[in-house]
Design a protein around this ligand. Structure first.
Ligand SMILES: C[S@@+](CC[C@H](N)C(=O)[O-])C[C@H]1O[C@@H](n2cnc3c(N)ncnc32)[C@H](O)[C@@H]1O
Length: 353
């Protein structure tokens, strides 16, 4: 009985987030057309209503999978309800305040614009971009405060459900280290952003030693704030380029990487995979989550083609046609499998024992 109520509560919670995301997008795009119509009309592909139905089915499916994974004990069901409510109330108005800047930047195709007080020296040039037209790219506290909400809106409230899909393969992969005491298990989330995936990993592995790296000091600050709310040891966060991970060879039992690869140029994707291979222990697991790709979701092509047209995502087109299995094999990973959930794709790869 209580299980049925919890499931209903979770479904209602997700439905609420989904309606909220949809309503926000409809209202903001109507407002955009009224107040600041795009100078050059965006050449987006028409989306068939049948495709929208398909997307809704995929959304329902990921919610079901999320529920099932919690029921079979992969992680506690409390994770399903995790939501940064304080941030929602604090920063949702800021999203509206920021919108005119975003529209102006998008209209004028200003894609590398940073406030003068933001140090940009030392970052790779591919990174100095206003991804999704975001104010200050990834380099300010303002951007870090709005990011999670913006992503939740973009994915109709399912961004966390997509992140949680790395948990089952990670847990499965860590079974190879059953004889290692739980607190000696080391897991890295590379490009950890504001720390949401690490928060979920902590919920699943309360004793493991967790680590996070990202290039953005502002996002790491935000992650530190979020993860400090959790009981237990704080994950160790380091500012680092995923192309040069500051760890010893063979250090981690498991590595995750969520929503990074579509924002990297092809050669950088390979270097990041090679670094992850280097720091994974023999027998360890590497789990990637990123956008769906052309090869396994051809029916979703209109959405994939519209995404970089509407948002500034300079490497997305090459990403959707990139063969990450080949890249993983080239780096030395084996036993590679892939899965799709809603709008994301997962690669699970093992370093030979
Ligand atoms: C789309 S966000 C994803 C963040 C987070 N993983 C999530 O689930 O929301 C991309 C993240 O990758 C980081 N990033 C981009 N290029 C990087 C690189 N070369 N090394 C480390 N972090 C990088 C950005 O700072 C940002 O936090």
């Amino acid at each position: 009985m209580s299980e049925t109520i919890t499931k209903l509560a979770y479904q209602s919670f997700q439905q609420g987030k989904s309606y909220f995301g949809l309503a926000h997008k409809v209202i903001s795009s109507q407002l955009l057309n009224l107040v600041a119509p795009p100078v050059n009309e965006l050449k987006t592909k028409p989306v068939d209503p049948k495709l929208l139905l398909k997307i809704q089915q995929r959304l329902n499916q990921i919610i079901e999978t999320d529920w099932e994974d919690s029921q079979r004990g992969v992680y506690p069901s409390s994770l399903l309800f995790d939501n940064p409510w304080e941030d929602f109330f604090l920063y949702y108005p800021a999203i509206w305040l920021d919108m005119p800047n975003i529209w102006e930047r998008a209209n004028q195709k200003r894609h590398q614009e940073f406030s003068p007080d933001i140090p940009t020296a030392g970052y790779p040039s591919y990174y100095l971009q206003n991804f999704h037209h975001q104010t200050d790219g990834y380099l300010s506290d303002w951007s870090a405060n709005l990011y999670d909400l913006q992503v939740e809106i973009l994915f109709n409230g399912s961004a966390d459900a997509m992140r949680r899909r790395v948990l089952a393969p990670l847990k499965q992969g860590l079974k190879a280290f059953d004889t290692v005491p739980p607190h000696q298990i080391r897991v890295l989330d590379t490009a950890c952003g504001t720390g949401r995936t690490l928060k979920f990993i902590r919920g699943m592995l309360p004793e493991a030693s967790l680590f996070g790296t990202d290039l953005s000091p502002a996002y790491l600050r935000k992650a530190n704030q979020l993860l400090s709310e959790n009981p237990g040891e704080l994950p160790q966060l380091i500012q680092a380029n995923a192309e040069e991970l500051p760890y010893l060879d063979n250090y981690f039992h498991g590595i995750t990487c969520v929503f990074l690869f579509h924002e990297l140029p092809p050669a950088v994707r390979q270097r990041v995979i090679e670094q992850c291979f280097r720091v994974t222990q023999p027998g360890g697991v590497f789990v990637i989550c990123d956008s769906i790709q052309a090869i396994d979701s051809p029916e979703m092509m209109p959405m994939m083609e519209n995404f970089p047209t509407m948002f500034h995502e300079p490497y997305y087109r090459s990403y959707i046609n990139d063969d990450l299995v080949e890249r993983l094999e080239k780096a030395g990973f084996e036993n590679i499998s892939t899965e799709n959930h809603f709008m994301s794709k997962y690669w699970v790869a093992y370093k030979p024992a």
